[in-house]
Design a protein around this ligand. Structure first.
Ligand code: FAD
Length: 320
């Protein structure tokens, strides 16, 4: 089934979980166990990333198949243009079509490792817009298509400190509208930590006539170094109060995780208070923070959280 209807919703708040392909077989099996537990909370859909440069193509296809047909969750597969001539793109799309998967997140992808600039591969596509157009022209309405949106503009549009210029930001938005007009059903945003920037982005999209759902991508802070790496790579603005809260606890992993849950909860509360009904959680293949945030928001029931989760295990009972 296509997930657009679930994302548009019936007035109730819905959420979704993103995963990436683990590096080892054991990691893959662990991921499926985790996914199985998380899917019990009824996400609108789950999605699996396409490894940078197409590095995980076969594994992503296999995981997507198992998600859709064994975990039985509506699945969206990411697909990028990096190193992908059109035959490979079509192979991926034909494979998921055969497996009954109807949802694709159409992306350009980052440049291959070691390159600064994205270069179109021979016989391939230059940008996500090309991919959206291709999917629509070759596969008609079979696929639901999602595209990426950047509340702070895509990092390619940002030079130096201080974020994108107004002109770069406007160009990025105009291009996003072209992706939607070419046939995308909805937008998932890049991670952000300044909720006001996201809310302004939604407003700005509406101003230029983007009417589809815009789903905020929420990445709970799990680990201080990982947070710095991701926000550095994505050129994400970090509000000073977050830096101030993290600075004294940055060596204490548990305290950072707890703060990440608190911050994620507050960000989501503010977003929901503005009438947005969909939350997308970048789980980084971990369950604790995503589930804790949803529990704090009253979107999942505590009693349904598996007792087998390490953080739920009543250690004193086991010791007795
Ligand atoms: P595009 O939409 O093509 O845009 C890229 C940049 O080029 C933008 O600045 C845009 O304004 C500009 N641009 C492109 N074409 C034009 C044009 N014709 N005119 C004007 N401007 C243009 N990466 C992975 O490798 N695997 C994943 O699974 C993955 N999942 C992601 C999921 C989400 C929700 C997000 C937000 C990102 C994800 N990424 C993933 C990262 C993504 O591949 C990179 O951010 C990549 O650099 C851009 O992809 P895009 O689809 O946004 O590109």
């Amino acid at each position: 089934e296509k997930i657009r209807a679930a994302v548009e919703g019936d007035g109730r708040t819905v959420f979704s979980f993103e995963y990436f392909p683990p590096k080892t077989e054991e990691g893959v099996e662990n991921l499926f166990e985790r996914m199985d537990r998380m899917v019990a909370h009824n996400p609108a859909f789950c999605d699996i990333t396409w490894g940078a440069g197409g590095s995980t193509a076969d594994l992503t296809l296999e995981i997507a198949n198992r998600m859709q047909n064994m975990i039985c969750v509506e699945t969206m597969m990411h697909l990028t243009c990096t190193n992908m001539p059109v035959e490979k793109i079509d192979h991926a799309l034909d494979t998921i079509k055969t497996n009954g998967i109807q949802n694709v997140l159409a992306l350009r992808g980052d440049p291959p490792h070691g390159q600064d600039k994205f270069v179109q591969v021979a016989g391939g596509f230059a940008c996500a817009l090309d991919l959206v157009q291709h999917i629509r022209s070759k596969y008609g309405d079979y696929f639901g298509i999602t595209v990426a949106g950047y509340p702070e503009a895509h990092p390619d549009m940002i030079q130096g400190e201080g974020g994108a210029t107004l002109e770069a930001y406007s160009n990025d938005l105009a291009y996003l509208k072209r992706k939607v007009d070419a046939g995308a059903d909805f937008i998932i945003t890049q991670l952000f930590y300044d909720t006001d920037i996201f809310l302004k982005f939604v407003n700005d999209c509406r101003q230029i006539g983007i009417t589809c759902p815009i789903v905020p991508g929420i990445m709970p802070i799990n680990n201080y170094k990982g947070f710095l790496r991701m926000t550095g790579f994505c050129k994400t603005r970090i509000p000073p109060e977050i830096t101030a809260a993290l600075e004294p606890i940055k060596e204490n992993e548990e305290a950072v995780k707890a703060y990440g849950i608190h911050l994620g909860t507050e960000m989501c509360k503010k977003i929901l208070a503005h009438g947005i009904k969909t939350l997308h959680l970048y789980t980084l293949n971990m369950e604790k923070s995503a589930l804790a945030i949803l529990m704090n928001l009253g979107l999942i029931e505590e009693s349904k959280i598996s007792r087998s989760l390490p953080w739920r295990r009543p250690t004193n009972v086991f010791r007795a």
